[in-house]
Design a protein around this ligand. Structure first.
Ligand code: TLP
Length: 345
């Protein structure tokens, strides 16, 4: 039985081209700045995102952390959504390791933060009772808000707001290429207003390890220091960066296939009794749905699915996440739906 693994796009294995590139990668000591493959990846990434410089890091979590450590001091405040990965799933790293105070606003269903609420949350810098508001962070695509994409228009309005109030803007762009492909815009346009961006190579782009942080040269110099203190200086990291280069060269356009499969999955789920699919303004590779029958919850349903080789992730008592990825074919989506239909019958 082949497994249909829809738990995440992080489960993807490196492609044959990546494995070859990894085997042949030219390497050096990256802490000395001497790994030519890492440098090439960093330059490529910065160029694609329209930023001056890039920094290869071990993970999306590390990318977000070093971005905040590089730009915020102890007691500074970061405006963040209540559904953001940086707030929900990174052990509160900004507070635990950086002494950074999160100011949490409710994410709207489309993953955005309300601009008026942001303005209202900005602290009076002259009042000594308050932490200093320093940075706003948003996520694109927004994982917990259904993998939906924040648009260029929203990002521009957010950027203008940040500049007007002297604040920095960080984008957790773990899946920024999914956003760009789904919206039919460049990733560069989506992050033009950001001071810092993290994107992941090891999700839909199928590289085995790594993320890249991009921004100005001065910011990247600070982020490089922050990476070292969290133990992220990786020496001959060209071996893994080589897969990242292949990811950027070969794996971006094909994300459209994952989005088409996710749309097919959402459409099929919508026809099943007892299932409620969550709608999104822009569908990428993530689908959330709820099991609304009293006799079955998310854990029970995903256990039944797993018995038949279909893996999905329960993320709440009734909420389930399915993420399409490089290894999931259109036929597998049909099979997953058939298995689900049979279980519910
Ligand atoms: N997300 C993982 C889980 O941690 C939830 C997943 O399976 O989706 N930003 C966003 C928006 C993410 O979704 C993730 C990972 C990260 C950052 C962190 O990336 P890694 O796992 O590389 O530290």
């Amino acid at each position: 039985m082949t497994i249909v693994d829809l738990r995440s796009d992080t489960i993807t294995h490196p492609t044959p081209a990546m494995r070859r590139a990894m085997a042949e990668a030219e390497v050096g000591d990256d802490v000395f700045g001497e790994d030519p493959t890492v440098r090439r990846l960093e330059e490529m990434a910065a160029e694609r995102l329209g930023k001056e410089a890039g920094l290869f890091v071990a993970s999306g979590t590390m990318g977000n952390l070093v971005s905040l450590l590089a730009q915020c001091g102890r007691g500074d405040e970061v405006i963040v959504g209540d559904q953001a990965h940086t707030y929900m799933y990174e052990q509160g790293g900004m507070a635990a390791l950086g002494g950074i105070h999160p100011r949490v606003l409710k994410n709207r269903p489309d993953g955005t933060l309300d601009l008026d609420e942001i303005v209202a949350a900005i602290r009076d810098p002259n009042n000594p009772h308050f932490p200093r508001t320093r940075l706003i962070t948003v996520e694109n695509t927004h994982n917990r808000c259904g993998g939906t994409a924040l648009t260029v228009a929203y990002m521009q309005a957010l950027g203008a707001l940040a500049r007007e109030h002297g604040l920095l803007l960080h984008v957790d762009g773990a899946r920024i290429f999914n956003a760009a492909v789904a919206l039919g815009v460049t990733e560069r346009a989506l992050v033009a207003d950001a001071d810092s961006v993290t994107f992941c190579l090891s999700k839909g782009l199928a590289a085995p390890v790594g993320s890249v942080v991009c921004g100005s040269r001065a910011f990247i110099a600070e982020a490089r220091r922050a990476r070292k203190v969290v133990g992220g200086g990786m020496r001959q990291a060209g071996v893994i960066a080589a897969a990242g280069i292949v990811a950027l060269e070969q794996m971006v356009e094909r994300l459209a296939d994952d989005h088409a499969n996710a749309r097919a999955l959402a459409a099929g789920l919508a026809e099943l009794k007892g299932i409620q699919v969550e709608a999104v303004p822009v569908r990428t590779n993530i689908v959330y749905f709820n099991i609304v029958r009293p006799d079955m919850n998310a854990t029970q349903l995903t256990a039944r699915l797993a018995e038949q080789g279909v893996r999905m992730l329960p993320v709440g008592p009734r909420r389930i996440r399915a993420v399409t990825n490089y290894h999931v074919t259109a036929e597998q989506i049909t099979r997953a739906l058939a298995v689900l239909r049979a279980i519910l019958a």
